[in-house]
Write a protein that binds this ligand. Structure first.
Ligand code: GLN
Length: 281
């Protein structure tokens, strides 16, 4: 049998000290203050076994968010699981830019393509209460998480299962947002920092030797058919993809094409406005 303090100390030799603390709090259902004030409290044998298992999984590289089943994004806690990407702080930029645009419109229709755990659509529904949100994903597992998250945060989002625009039929929107898979299939980043535990098809288009932008191309190609004139398309992308994404947007006939930098100063979101211009074929 070991007490909380001893379990924390021992685990901290194998994994990050903060991760050890969060796993211990998760297993024992206690707070940081409990850990400090009652570090001599014994763990039950079942808790000790659960904790040891989670520490071993964390030591093998599994992301903490999957082990505890939740992650924070824009100040809200979301359910996460291996069926969807773990929220990244850089995606806050996409939410901020979209909310700013939606805020200028009366009852905007917004569609989130590849919603994953639903964070972008749910945040937009909360920040823009007059907006009608649609969120699409090809993964039923991701939509399960997204529906649970929408219920948890008390917002209505219409979730549809399918490939990019397909479930939306011929419907048009005022704003299209997406954090699509954009990491090139050959990027060594895919093998690091817990990414091997995340769904590969949420991270990369999987095309060997490609630039990772296949999904971005598909989103851009379908955007004019699904945007009202004057509507905006905003997409997250990789640190070195902004120029290419802007070119794709301009070639497709978008105006006001621009890129915005995330909190780390990296070019992270690009977008444009559907004008009266006829798309260049
Ligand atoms: N920004 C993420 C990463 O580099 C990838 C997110 C995505 O593919 N949409 O880990």
């Amino acid at each position: 049998m070991s007490c909380l303090g001893e379990a924390w100390r021992q685990a901290s030799r194998r994994i990050d000290r903060l991760d050890a603390r969060l796993l211990l709090e998760h297993v024992c259902g206690c707070s940081h203050a409990d850990l400090i004030a009652h570090s001599e409290r014994e763990m039950s044998p079942a808790q000790a076994v659960d904790f040891a298992r989670l520490v071993a999984r964390r030591a093998a590289g599994e992301p903490l968010a999957y082990l505890v089943g939740s992650a924070w994004f824009c100040g809200l806690e979301f359910a996460v699981g291996p069926g969807a990407l773990i929220p990244r702080p850089e995606t806050e930029l996409l939410v901020d830019l979209a909310a700013r645009r939606a805020g200028t419109l009366d009852r905007p229709g917004i569609i989130d393509l590849g919603t994953g755990s639903g964070i972008v659509a749910i945040l937009l529904a909360r920040r823009c209460p007059r907006a009608a949100l649609t969120a699409i994903d090809i993964s039923a597992a991701a939509l399960g998480l997204a529906r649970a998250n929408a219920a948890r945060h008390g917002v209505h989002v219409r979730f549809l299962e399918g490939d990019w625009y397909a479930p939306a039929g011929s419907e048009r929107f005022d704003l299209i947002v997406s954090n699509p898979p954009y990491v090139a299939a050959g990027d060594p980043h895919l093998c690091r920092n817990g990414l091997p535990f995340e769904p590969r098809r949420a991270l990369t288009d999987g095309l060997e030797g490609g630039d990772g932008l296949d999904c971005v191309r598909r989103i851009v190609a379908g955007a004019s058919r699904h945007l009202h004139p004057g509507g905006w398309l905003l997409m997250e992308h990789g640190w070195d993809q902004a120029r290419k994404v802007r070119k794709l947007l301009r070639t497709a006939g978008f105006g006001a094409v621009a890129t915005w930098r995330d909190g780390a100063g990296i070019e992270r979101v690009s977008g444009g406005k559907r004008g009266a211009l006829k798309p260049v074929q």
